[in-house]
Write a protein that binds this ligand. Sequence first.
Ligand SMILES: Cc1ncc(COP(=O)(O)O)c(C=O)c1O
Length: 446
Amino acid sequence: MPNKVDFNPDYPIIAASDALYERAVGIMTPVTQTLAKGPGQYVNGVAPKYVERGNGARVWDVDGNEFLDYNMGIGPVSLGYCYPKVDAAIIDQLKDGISFSLMHKLEVSLCELVHQVIPNAESIRISKTGADVTSAAVRVARAFTGRKKVLCCGYHGWHDWYISVTSRNSGIPEEIRNLSSTFEYNNIESVKALLDEDTACVILEPFIFEAPANNFLQELKECCLENGTLLIFDEMWTGFRIAIGGAQEYFNVIPDLACYSKAFANGMPIALLTGRKDVMSLFNEEVFFFTTFGGEALSLAAAIATIHEMIAKNVPAYLAQKGKQLKDGYNAIAEELGIHQYTKCIGYDCRSMVTFDASAGNPLELKSYVQQELIKKGILWSGFHNMSFSHTDEDIAYTLKAYRAVLTLLKAAVINNEVSGSLRGNPVEPVFRKLGNASNKPVVKA
Ligand SMILES: Cc1ncc(COP(=O)(O)O)c(C=O)c1O
């Protein structure tokens, strides 16, 4: 019998997952198209590798095991899997067609809606992926300023200008690498040290888990303005989550350009670039940014339905409320058990993260142990609470009950030095974005 969302007596059977994986390894390099969904983020031999379907906040793997999901498609599934109103909009559009030979009317409808809800959306472009729009933003910023250098902070996708600052930068010419550098979040001096007369733009995730301190975002905006550099917010995680308009609305700091994807189409592939009309108008002639599937209509229909539903139900408030119960609940349990010195839940309520400190052992092993035991209890978890509108009070109560049981086991395993020995497979790997985030100054030419 497949496992349920329950205190199951044993770990799930994952034979069908493993069989699919065996078929994949010979022909796919690597097997995953998204690192965060791949086998490196889950304890091998315990966690399922392939999913078959989802509904609400639950997913079923290919062996039929049911899980309460806290990854939610790595962000996009903001309302819930198979959310009826969004699915109905997709199905309605499907009856009329998917991709066409002319512009589609929903392109206009979506942009009118976005124009109303995103503060800096004087002008809007639609595309498919996060990397599409961050890369378009950087290109148009370079064109507008006539400058070359980019300063960034966070993760911005797979394209050369960004990946060149990470440790995985093979295949990117040195000339490109030398044009991008990273700065430290909440350290305005680290930005000032890098800003120069050739800096086209500063791009950052307005926050990840740490809150902006000392007016950081406002100061950043002022520094950029003074230097003639464009400020770009990468709102992939913050948009339609912390507020409908994202961090720019929440903090009232309006960037020159902003990039959105993930949350606003409940899983359909679509992205937005919003910004100042004078900058965006360069896309009319000088700057090239076009793609075949940019006007694909199922995603447009899904985006419109999702945004309307988010406004009608005040989804950001819901995510914050449910996320706070989970975050506060986790921290209260950790404190009660006396393990809060080495594990806590941090971040904003709509998207928080559980951390483990090296004082209690290898943090990746601690995380793996918690993941392994949560999987047994029917919770699909890799350290994050990506809240959705389908996570209910009952789900939160169940998750906290599971956390209490699992953290009690963790405490005993730490005391007895048994964490590593209790793992039934290889521990999870570090999250990629943490690897390449060190400050990286471009080569200064004599
Ligand atoms: C903050 C941020 N920016 C950009 C991207 C790139 O988006 P995509 O993977 O859709 O290209 C991601 C993806 O996770 C992201 O988290």
